[in-house]
Design a protein around this ligand. Structure first.
Ligand code: GLY
Length: 375
């Protein structure tokens, strides 16, 4: 982990993919220079902005003004806010509107929004005219540290989340950290779970730094830019090594196996946001690791304590409404991950910053552990 930079310096993180390398630029107030960055990268390209109704009210005028200032006229596609927009009908509409806006091969799609918009607009960009380039302008913490980086795009199927999509890398990510100032606190905290995840996966020093500085990240101090940059740097390194998740990109799924099952049990509703499910999932992954003798109970408790201090739910009992049974969660895990002869793949940990892929976990051990967490 490197020391925090001074306030005001934009930070650039390189995603070093051969032939498709791109920059993630992180800093306060970057939206006003977006048009100029895009004009420099792709002179003469047309631009269509894809956004949602909520983000459009808050940030679209500034984004359009920035493009106008750079002499770029913008087409616009606005979809309803929320996970329901990651659907076939909305995907069809976005594609048709992009074609209607005369977006050609050399033009650009700009995804202005959170994870839903990034995934939807990126997937539409991968498909329209067999692929046009796109720029991610993430407006949530979760999107700035996770979903806008790495090229996973897609929509949901009736069989599950993100089951229809494509790997399609953006050509630029512009993360304006000032946009997080207006996020509802619960959404900001949910995104923080993905920041803490990077410390838990592979950087114990960063996790210790987060324990000291997390309130500054929420307050918008330079700690925020630093935390986003460290997170993006780790994600960029993992993606450059394993773009298509044939190996250690799976580490980024720490907390997600339990988390996706909890989200599904809560009906993918605002009872439990994705980042909140990941927070509980990471606590469960460490608790499960401790129960298998892989890490200490003290490490598992430290994870839970920090996430709780950050205002995140950490126990299944923290989810509003009826808790799911262990059997129901195991069914959902099996659907998500596919059980092979009673064996499952999990991301577990030998300690803070020492996560690893455990490909041969006995479903019976998971059931027993979950039963102890619920009953
Ligand atoms: N969010 C996990 C990944 O991008 O691989």
């Amino acid at each position: 982990m490197t020391a925090p930079l001074r306030s005001g310096d934009p930070i650039t993180v390189d995603v070093a993919l051969a032939g498709r390398a791109y920059d993630i630029v992180i800093g306060r107030g970057l939206l006003s220079g977006l048009g100029q960055r895009v004009a420099a990268l792709r002179p003469g390209a047309r631009v269509a902005i894809v956004t949602d109704e909520v983000v459009a009210k808050q940030h679209l005028p500034a984004a359009r003004e920035s493009f106008a200032h750079a002499g770029i006229a913008t087409g616009l596609v606005v979809v309803p806010a929320g996970e329901a927009s990651k659907s076939y009908p909305v995907f069809e509409r976005v594609c048709e509107d992009l074609i209607g806006a005369r977006i050609e091969r050399g033009d650009l799609v700009v995804a202005l929004g959170g994870g839903v918009i990034g995934d939807l607009a990126g997937f539409a960009a991968s498909a329209v005219r067999r692929g046009v380039d796109y720029v991610q302008v993430p407006t949530t913490l979760l999107a700035q540290v996770d979903s806008s980086v790495g090229g996973k795009t897609g929509i949901n199927s009736r069989h599950g989340k993100n089951l229809v999509g494509a790997f399609h890398q953006p050509i630029l990510v512009v993360a304006d950290t000032a946009l997080l100032d207006t996020l509802p606190p619960r959404i900001l905290r949910a995104g923080y779970a993905e920041v803490a995840k990077y410390g838990l996966i592979g950087d114990s020093e960063f996790f210790a730094w987060l324990e000291e500085n997390c309130s500054d990240i929420f307050a918008g101090a330079p700690a925020r830019e630093h935390a986003i940059a460290v997170s993006c740097r780790m994600k960029a390194q993992v993606v450059a090594r394993d773009e298509r998740e044939t190996g250690d990109r799976a580490l980024l799924n720490l907390g997600h196996t339990f988390g996706h099952a909890l989200e599904a049990a809560a009906g993918f509703s605002d009872r439990l946001y994705h980042g909140e499910a990941v927070a509980i999932g990471m606590v469960l992954a460490f608790g499960f690791s401790a129960s298998l003798g892989l890490c200490t109970q003290a490490d598992a408790e430290r994870v839970a304590q920090h996430l709780a201090a950050a205002g995140l739910p950490t126990r299944i009992a923290d989810i509003q409404g009826e808790p799911p049974t262990a059997d129901r969660l195991l069914d959902l895990i099996a659907q998500d991950k596919k059980v092979k002869r009673g064996r499952l793949t999990f991301i577990l940990a030998r300690g803070i910053g020492q996560s690893f892929i455990a490909p041969d976990i006995d479903a019976a051990d998971v059931r027993q552990f979950l039963t102890g967490q619920i009953d």
